[in-house]
Design a protein around this ligand. Structure first.
Ligand SMILES: NC(=O)c1ccc[n+]([C@@H]2O[C@H](COP(=O)([O-])OP(=O)(O)OC[C@H]3O[C@@H](n4cnc5c(N)ncnc54)[C@H](O)[C@@H]3O)[C@@H](O)[C@H]2O)c1
Length: 402
């Protein structure tokens, strides 16, 4: 029998809303008992809407509420360390939204506080828990696409909904720290979290919005086993929220579209009937709603994993160490954007029992003189073989059948 949890939720904004819809959704027994927001008024309005018995603007009091057994952090990035530290000091399990911190140094300080307190902790990276991603990652782990060579992950929309996101100091950066944290964890989930990210090349720019932070970023992440991750993030994309991933393996391919094309397309001339989907830009014309948004964005599976892990005494799929590694990769991206060079990913912490990943390059020497590169059936019905001739160094072709 799984335990029902009584939750302190910090933050009553967009993510607080999605988290509440999820943890109190369907027939769940888990309940938010205390909600904390910047003002009492905001907290009270949220509490009344969602049937939450207690509200406050005092984060410490919310965390220390004796009637709650777990803390969920959904406040702006600059408050994650404070919130997690309060939870750790209160000896309570803590789950933190993305990004873990504004930079790797802050993330490391968070890890140290949590390790010292010895409390259970999880990193709330929802997009690795979408039903499509979980199924694809399982297929990749079974070898369905062979060795993963390249993963491309894209998250773009027209920009965030609250002022603090746009303030570099409070958020830790712009579109990269906000969106690439998702992409990086998706990329790592497909490539294998045990594979070390080695270096990055990143372009970050402010192309549309009048802000000091970047509103666009593209990066390549090179991993130790030769796999490459590529992210594309932007706050300057028009037309909704574009969430797409591509996995290219030596023996297969996966294309995922999580949001704008989920198989639900609707035209309305009447329009104006309310919320369509996160970051949708209109309420009329062609719309792309999402069937069960919290499920399709991964929140449902994410909280199931987190609470199950807590009840079962195991680690969740996404840990704070994962969050730190994501921050370290983003730090390298910001350095590369400044220096315009490949920059190393500097990691002070890594998995304790990481499997040693051998860099498997394609075999350069074959048993015989020839290695088959590929074969292809041609329009005239012949089978064409391309072969590496190791003696001459040339690539030759043979035609079979007809
Ligand atoms: N997919 C995701 O996982 C996802 C999506 C959106 C946001 N987030 C993350 O969630 C966090 C919050 O983002 P959001 O979109 O909900 O922001 P938001 O601006 O919509 O809401 C922020 C909330 O924090 C509260 N808050 C601010 N200062 C506070 C304080 N000192 N004490 C108590 N409460 C305080 C505000 O009152 C508000 O309720 C950020 O770290 C963001 O990156 C994650």
């Amino acid at each position: 029998m799984k335990e029902a949890h009584n939750i302190t939720l910090l933050g009553a904004g967009l993510i607080g809303t999605f988290y509440t819809m999820t943890v109190q959704g369907q027939r769940s027994r888990d309940r938010i008992r205390t909600i904390c927001a910047l003002t009492d008024g905001e907290a009270e309005a949220f509490a009344r809407k969602w049937g939450i018995p207690k509200w406050t603007a005092n984060m410490k009091m919310a965390v220390e509420d004796p009637e709650t057994d777990i803390v969920i952090v959904g406040v702006p990035n600059y408050l994650h360390k404070k919130a997690i530290t309060l939870a750790a000091k209160a000896g309570k399990p803590v789950l933190c939204t993305k990004p873990l911190a504004r930079n790797a140094r802050e993330a490391l300080e968070i890890l140290e506080v949590v390790d010292k307190a010895g409390v259970f902790a999880g990193y709330l990276e929802d997009l690795v828990y979408t039903p499509k991603t979980l199924k694809s990652v399982a297929a990749v782990k079974r070898g369905a696409v062979g060795k993963v060579l390249w993963v491309r992950s894209r998250e773009t929309h027209s920009g965030p909904h609250s002022a603090w996101f746009w303030d570099k100091k409070l958020a830790g950066g712009g579109a990269i720290v906000d969106l690439a944290c998702h992409c990086i964890e998706i990329i790592r989930s497909f490539i294998g979290k045990e594979v070390r990210p080695v270096e990055v090349m990143c372009l970050a720019d402010t192309v549309v919005h009048p802000i000091a932070a970047e509103d666009s970023g593209i990066a390549l992440i090179r991993f130790k086993n030769q796999a490459v991750g590529q992210f594309e993030v932007s706050w300057a994309f028009r037309g909704g929220m574009d969430l797409r991933d591509e996995v290219a393996g030596a023996e297969g391919t996966i294309w995922l579209n999580h949001f704008l094309r989920t198989g639900y397309e609707m035209f309305t001339a009447a329009g104006g009937k309310g919320y369509v989907a996160e970051k949708a830009e209109g309420e009329a014309g062609w719309l792309f709603p999402v069937g069960d948004e919290v499920h399709e964005l991964g929140y449902t599976n994410m909280f199931s994993d987190m609470f199950d892990a807590l009840d079962e005494g195991r680690e969740p799929v996404e840990t704070l160490l994962d969050g730190y590694i994501v921050n370290a990769i983003m730090d390298a991206c910001y350095r590369s954007a400044r220096t315009r060079r490949w920059e190393p990913v500097m990691l002070e912490r890594w998995y304790p029992e990481a499997k040693k990943e051998k860099a498997k390059a394609p075999k350069k020497t074959a048993k015989g003189r020839y290695s088959l590169i590929k074969e292809e059936r041609m329009p005239d019905g012949t089978l064409k073989q391309l072969l590496q001739d190791w003696k001459t160094g040339h690539v030759i072709q043979r035609i079979k059948g007809g």
